[in-house]
Design a protein around this ligand. Structure first.
Ligand SMILES: Cc1cc2nc3c(=O)[nH]c(=O)nc-3n(C[C@H](O)[C@H](O)[C@H](O)COP(=O)(O)O)c2cc1C
Length: 205
């Protein structure tokens, strides 16, 4: 049987959410018996549907709906856009009604992460709104528990609703050690939950 995987699915325009995604994946990989699969989504245009190459120039591959269907759990990441998730990720999720109809994601664990330029610029509203489509899919949502010490001492990102990062006005701030540790904790938690919820299968690819 193929190894089960947690799908770490994100969109990133300038790299901050991508940096979080790799820490989440590192956290997943600390859990024996489950792997991480990093995937992204293509950008879309506000004026017309952009035609992107089917393979990105660099970084993770674009996610296929089959990979979403076959995951053992999902960690979804987006930059904050006006207090909400970015359109390319929403566009991808809006194509997942077939999975909703078949119930492919029911009882699988899910968690979310985001990056913002300002410290109080909508991290929590973005995280909470990202959970809504996952609840419609019947996923079991997981946040970060306060047993994670970084939640009480954070001076940048870090919320009980999911991992977050304060990237600064020019997106120049790197993940600080606490933000990175919380990303890893989130990935590890979803990995552990997938196994304890009995999500032991992956696809054949
Ligand atoms: C259209 C747009 C809307 C944005 N809205 C917000 C916002 O509401 N609050 C905020 O703090 N940052 C906002 N930002 C900044 C991004 O969230 C921030 O730069 C983020 O770290 C980018 O992540 P990335 O490097 O993964 O693309 C916005 C950026 C864009 C382009």
């Amino acid at each position: 049987m193929a190894e089960p995987y947690i799908l770490v699915l994100y969109y990133s325009r300038h790299g901050a959410t991508a940096a979080m995604a790799s820490q989440v994946a590192r956290g997943v990989e600390t859990i024996a018996g489950i792997g991480a699969r990093l995937r992204t989504v293509p950008a879309i245009s506000a004026t017309c549907e952009a035609v992107e190459d089917t393979i990105p120039a660099d970084g993770p591959l674009y996610c296929e709906l089959d990979e979403l269907a076959a995951c053992a759990g999902l960690v979804l990441g987006s930059p904050t856009r006006f207090g909400n998730m970015a359109a390319p990720l929403k566009y991808f999720l809006d194509q997942s009604s077939g999975l909703w109809l078949s119930g492919a994601l029911i009882d699988k664990p899910a968690a979310v992460f985001t990056s913002t330029s300002s410290l109080h610029g909508g991290q929590e509203s973005t995280l909470l709104s990202m959970l809504l489509p996952l609840l419609h899919h019947g996923m079991v949502v997981a946040g970060l528990p306060y047993s994670e010490p970084g939640l009480m001492t954070a001076t940048a990102g870090g919320t009980p609703y999911g991992a977050s990062h304060w990237a600064g006005p020019d997106n120049q701030k790197r993940l600080d050690p606490q933000e990175a540790a919380l990303c890893r904790a989130l990935g590890a938690r979803v990995g552990r939950l997938a196994l304890s919820l009995g999500q032991h299968s992956g696809d054949a690819s």
